[in-house]
Design a protein around this ligand. Structure first.
Ligand code: PLP
Length: 453
């Protein structure tokens, strides 16, 4: 503890040690002292089939006994090919190829470079296409390219001078805070579409590679789905200016929202789609990019290769784990279960928490729910960021008698102020689990605010 800690955890604080997990099984993580924590967030919405699945363990061991690594500069493997084929098939023709990397940030970097290369190959007459338009209060990753695309204020702040100048931002789609009182959904969407169009005009449409968005904003806002019609409207602005649409489904994709791909809710397939967390369910580090035919064909007919590559891309062990996770999700109809349990979770959270004076909004889709805290329900005023409300709620959650993991986040008002917690349990939860999650969170939120000075 204290200043002499040598903990491996650096990114939340260097000043204390974190609870140590000894094992994980099903919905539970077990601490070294033996206490069990109900993992209601699956880390950061990762553990989609829960922990310690023996079938995934076996698939990894089997792959290890065949080959653990080979360089994708020279070879491919059956598992990687099969995974990519299944991912392409899951889009019902919307995507033509898949590309496997190790993290969501790497996937975003690849998507950026694929966009740039698309224009070089397809439209050599438009070499000026080097810019991106992304959104405020989104999160796209932590490497410098993906961080440049993101609008997560606190994660960007210290690195601002090092971030790419080729990304500009437009407003988020966040009705709870940003839709004007007199605005309908249609008029709000129209306002955002006009803003995007004006941003294209401002930077010069001939300079823009792509518009980038999360269909459901995860870490930066706490599970805020785009309102119906929004993605369609944004896509037509992109089409008008000949730019690509990149959808970042690293957190909200692969079944999390109750459909395989979050864009299916809106019927708008992107040109490039990034996936991550629930692809491998946490059993291995794995993410990917799904690539539409427009981009694939341009590269195929152009230079014939994507100028990119990581030592561990297409890693066979990670692919074997993801293939097995996806087999389980498919054969056990877990996405259908996520949709049904998601409806139940929504109604339980609303029933038990909506009237709490410090709960401002409960929003989400499928098994991806955010609860935003306010100091005043009428004005929606946040607590001061120095109170670290979401962090404190989630820390209290880990203690007995709650013993539940929820994922904290901040910045919903202006990127700094405004707290939320994310509830994103595994897809195989039952109605009893949903009840347990909602009742425990109700008690946690009630007790936290009751004891807050
Ligand atoms: N994109 C989104 C929407 C994310 O939520 C995340 C991570 O939380 C990333 C990208 C980056 O993924 P990774 O942390 O695997 O690099």
């Amino acid at each position: 503890m204290g200043e002499n800690t040598t903990s491996a955890v650096l990114h939340r604080t260097l000043h204390r040690e974190f609870p140590r997990i000894a094992s994980g099984s099903g919905h539970y993580l077990t601490l070294e002292d033996g206490r069990k924590i109900f993992d209601a967030s699956g880390g950061a919405a990762v553990a989609c089939i829960g922990h310690g699945d023996a079938r995934v363990h076996e698939a990894i061991v089997q792959q290890l006994s065949k080959v653990s690594y080979c360089s994708t500069s020279f070879y491919t493997t059956g598992v990687c090919e099969q995974l990519c084929q299944e991912l392409v098939d899951s889009t019902h023709g919307a995507m033509k190829r898949a590309y496997i990397v190790g993290s969501g940030s790497e996937a975003m970097e690849a998507a950026m470079k694929l966009s740039r290369q698309y224009f070089l190959e397809k439209r050599p007459s438009e070499p000026k296409r080097t810019r991106f338009i992304a959104r405020e209060n989104s999160y796209h990753g932590t490497t410098l390219g993906s961080l440049s695309m993101g609008g997560h204020v606190s994660r960007r702040a210290k690195f601002e001078p090092m971030l790419l100048g080729c990304v500009s931002k437009v407003s988020r789609c966040f009705p709870f805070r940003d839709r004007l009182a007199q605005e309908t959904d249609e008029i709000y969407i129209q306002r955002l579409a006009i803003e995007l169009d004006e941003e294209f005009q401002r930077v010069g449409p001939e300079t823009v590679c792509a518009f980038v968005a999360e269909p459901v904003v995860g870490a930066a806002l706490g599970c805020v789905p785009a309102i119906p019609g929004y993605l369609k409207a944004m896509k037509s602005v992109c089409d008008k200016h000949g730019a690509l649409l990149i959808l970042d489904e690293v957190m909200c994709g692969m079944g999390r929202t109750g459909k395989m791909h979050a864009w299916e809710h809106d019927g708008v397939a992107p040109d490039l789609q990034t996936i991550g967390k629930c692809l491998g369910g946490g059993y291995q580090p794995i993410a990917g990019v799904l690539i539409g035919s427009k981009v694939v064909d341009a590269l195929t007919q152009g230079s014939g290769s994507f100028v990119h590559g990581h030592t561990y891309q297409g890693h066979p062990i990670a692919c074997a784990a993801a293939l097995e996770v996806q087999r389980i999700v498919r054969e056990e109809k877990l996405i259908q279960n996520a949709a049904v349990m998601g409806e139940l979770l929504s109604s339980k959270l609303n029933e038990l928490l909506a009237s709490h004076p410090n709960v401002g909004s409960i929003r989400g889709r499928g098994l991806f729910w955010g609860i935003e805290f306010v100091s005043d329900k009428t004005t929606k005023a946040p607590f001061p960021s120095s109170d670290h409300i979401a962090e404190r709620v989630s820390e209290l959650g880990l203690t007995a008698p709650y013993s539940i993991a929820v994922y904290p986040g901040a910045g919903t008002v202006d990127g700094i102020n405004g707290d939320h917690i994310i509830v994103s349990p595994p897809y195989n939860i039952t109605a009893d689990d949903v009840e347990k999650i909602a009742v425990t969170i109700q008690k946690l939120v009630h007790d936290y605010f009751a004891s807050k000075d």
